[in-house]
Design a protein around this ligand. Sequence first.
Ligand code: GAL
Length: 802
Amino acid sequence: MKNFQKQYLTALFLALSFITSAQQKISLDDDWRFQFGHAANPDKDFDYGNKLLFHKSNVFETTVVNPKFIDTTWRKINVPHDWVVELPFVKSTTHEMDTHGYKPVGSAYPETSIGWYRKHFSIDKKDANKRFELQFDGIYRNATIWINGFYVGTNFSGYVGNSFDVTDYMNFESDNVLVVRVDATQAEGWFYEGAGIYRHVWLNVTNKFHIPQDGIFVHSEVQGKNASVTIETTLQNNNLITTNGTVYNLITDRNGKILVQTSEHKINLGIRKNITIKQKMKLTNARLWSVDDPYLYKVITVVKSGNHIVHQAQTRFGIKTVRFDANEGFFLNGKHLKIQGTNNHQDHAGIGSALPDYLQYYRIKLLKELGSNAYRASHNAPTPELLEACDSLGMLVIDEQRLLNSSPEYIDQFQRLIKRDRNHASVFLWSIGNEEQNIQGNDYGKKIAQTLLAIQKELDPTRTSTYAADMANEFKGVNEVIPIRGFNYREYAVADYHRDHPNQPLLGTEMGSTVTTRGIYEKDEIRAYVPDQDITHPWWASKAETWWKLAAENDYWLGGFVWTGFDYRGEPTPYKWPNISSHFGIMDVCGFPKNIYYYYQSWWTDKDVLHISPHWNWPEKTGQPIEVWVNSNADEIELFLNGKTVGKKVMPRNSHLKWQVNYEPGTLEAIGYKKGKKITSKVETTGTPYKVVLNTDKSILTANGKDATVFNVSIVDDKGREVPVADNRVLFALSGDAKIIGVGNGDPSSHEPDKCAEGAWQRSAFNGKCQVILLAGKTPGTVTLEAKSNGLFTASATIQIQ
Ligand code: GAL
């Protein structure tokens, strides 16, 4: 058969087989019931602890686990759900509370630390012969799971998801009842973590002869212009007879055009046996994945038995080469690339840790615009959709298992993490831990690291690992065995370490950490604000300029990851209450840039950056000197106040410029010359708040009840200029099938709720801005958001749900 005919037929065959779909991934996100239990009183915990739940296989006692239990009075929710973000802020003096953002969760708050979730769903009788698997992408934390009265399993980790085979327990005649008890009395981190089923839940329905969860591993080797792609497919036979079948793989381009295909490999698999088949394909003229061209191919894996397709899976993958050189730095596809990374926790304004998938794209997009090319998922397994966003948008990822522990539980977590994530093009490095001060410098640390490194190599020989050590020039413990030495802070010691260990590549796993409050220019110990300039940092950290100059100017630095890209809840360094969120971000919790954003953007991109700070609204300072900062990558800059020059200066590389300017209202303008090209920027004294303005990132949403968008709100004067000190309260009203799911403003000391009652959504602006997050409904139509503020003109924005 001619090649194109064969391709055509295969494509047709695949298209048809997708219609008959050998397996299904069914979302179980909607229509849950939720109720708090109690961590200290079994009577208030639905008798958990009073009743026997594990003495017989099927719990038939009248407990919450029994499918007959009536939950109709429980609150209706959809997941992703984070119950902590809904709780009020509580003043406390405990360390636990301050690091977690002053939300009442943990052992001191037993009444809000246990969450019970119940969900009913039905399954068609025609599927009675299938295999059923529950997949939880992330539950915070220590979740105990039952279905139809049967214990299914426990997921201890608050971050690494898990899947459970529930085939034997399914009902086809009546409802299936899934019950999850989530216990957040213990924390895993020292930052806001949220609680609940905060990621997606799926029901995977497959044939019994199938590819198990994460059973496909695609990796590649670049050979000149071509690539050799290896696909390792695991098959499992859950039939009660030996089963024959075949497996083959094909690669398509990103539009689905078949490029190359393997032959069918025959399999004869005994009862409950697994087998892994390795198949190789050659891709000519391979288009490599990079941060500038994040090109993704697809592998389609087809499993047949008796001429029927019994399982068909699609895996997106990218082809790339990475090289870490101890002297020359990092190379992606043979090209030198300085790692310009950020660390991030996973919470966002308004919604805590329960992010609609779109928010993952939004946040990664903001980091890309900043000029960042790498993301460290500090300190835990990220949401799968975050990695998808990084694959698609071109962001390298350090995927991290934080706890340096090799007990079976943590080995299992690490294995699950690697198997889940090793096909992601964005993942370029694993991290086996972070700052284990008790063991990182001794033999325990070294031995555990060796065990984890061996596991990593076994499951993913194509990558290597780092460890985020808060150690200076110390070669002991983990540092003796870790392939890529990670420095958390201590940038001053990197040169000495390199001199002493010239063959170990060096990476700044946590760097910088200037604390800033967006739009604030004076330290305010009462409201707990720090100036929005590269000035203040904790004793263990440094200014942005200090570390970045070293990293930029020394090739032996692979680069580094700023602590952090976004502010996050908890860790309110350098203050405590009333400060409830961190100040470390280059952007605040909403993703609004602080001034330091423009420092990094100047030196991390080739864009024309010219940014003046502070704002120019200082009526009380007329005649007094104001320190003006200019962040830019222009070569020379001249500053003008109301048309009069204040002076021209040469911009030092990887730095910024400063002028003392006596304040008078009007316009402060900068003219920069960048390689002979003129660029300009200005700040102006604005009028008073006049109207509200709404800006959305996206005006068409999918009518699936899951798509979302962000509305950024500005308070502007009568000339449309944002008023940089405005703090007007904005009330939101919505019409159409959508709902507001959170509001925020980036004020690290705001105790306004992130979640409001239906019809009462509101938020004050903080230094001119606030944010609303909107979730699409399922009915196509028009949605209008109105933003009103007392005495100001109202803003109205319309989007389409379709
Ligand atoms: C590091 C730690 C981070 C965060 C940061 C705050 O030591 O790894 O999780 O706590 O300090 O500066």
